[in-house]
Design a binder for this molecule. Sequence first.
Ligand code: NDP
Length: 288
Amino acid sequence: MKGNLTVLGLGAMGSAVAHRLRSAGYHVTVWNRTAAKTRPHTAAGAHAAPTVAAAADAGDLVFVVLLDHATVREHLDPAAAHLRGKVVVNLVTTTPGQARDTAAWAAEHGIAYLDGAVMAVPSMIGTPEARLLYSGDENAYAIARTALEALGTTEYTGTDPGLAALKDMALLSAMDLMLMGYLQAIALMRTAGTTAADTAAEVEAWLAAMLPHGKEIAAIVDGGTYDTGGQSVDFDRHGLASLITASREQGVSAALLEPHQRLLDELAAAGHGDSDWPRIIDRLTVPQ
Ligand code: NDP
């Protein structure tokens, strides 16, 4: 056996993590609110603990794979004394602020804390395609690293415990907006009887061709002058107005497109109609 690990939470992700760690040669102790979910794990050789405290006592490294931040604090706070001196790896999806909050709590209780973000679905756990981001206590990362590598490709993003969550939220935001784009396209093409499957295939090919241009957008933002002479705010406003009109003509809501138009209109009203359109990022930066 390589060492004693604990996994708190046996939902879809926690179960995948526990199975993978056990098959990688660790002695795994599991705890789950609904105890029946521990059965497949004990049948496969894991140990089931009756309480979070007992589970924490059993592992040197404690993985937390509960539902959300509130659930984490609900169950970890009362077990703080049992976690003292251990490494806690929190794989629960949180905001950067929640990650920093748990890290501060852990520091108060002498717990080495790593905040994790899983860029994968459960079936990918244990493969190199599963990307897991970590931030927080650097020494905890060094201690946990071998076990973390059993779960997928690991990336340490820095000592600020909120960094992994920040990157997670940034990537998920990009995904969310992109997938809304799929639905807008599908809604439009459905008015001509095209199936969602056919439109999705078209969108996939189109976006694949467009994605490399993201680097050009990034270069404009990093340059910060918005005067490269490429597509301007006014050009984009006209293009977007056509998308919105076309949606309405087809009886499709333009609700997903209208916020983009509002941001461009604000820029034009502020005298930036000639600027490169990525200047829109100025409208996304809310003064603190
Ligand atoms: P599930 O809904 O499958 O499992 C949720 C887990 O949290 C279960 O163990 C559940 O226990 C437990 N739980 C929920 N509420 C409570 C509570 N009040 N007290 C104690 N335990 C509670 O979720 P996943 O396993 O899919 O997700 C776990 C984390 O992993 C989430 O933060 C999620 O965002 C993240 N994640 C998941 C991915 C995925 O594709 N599934 C991808 C990337 C991240 P019980 O069995 O008793 O209900």
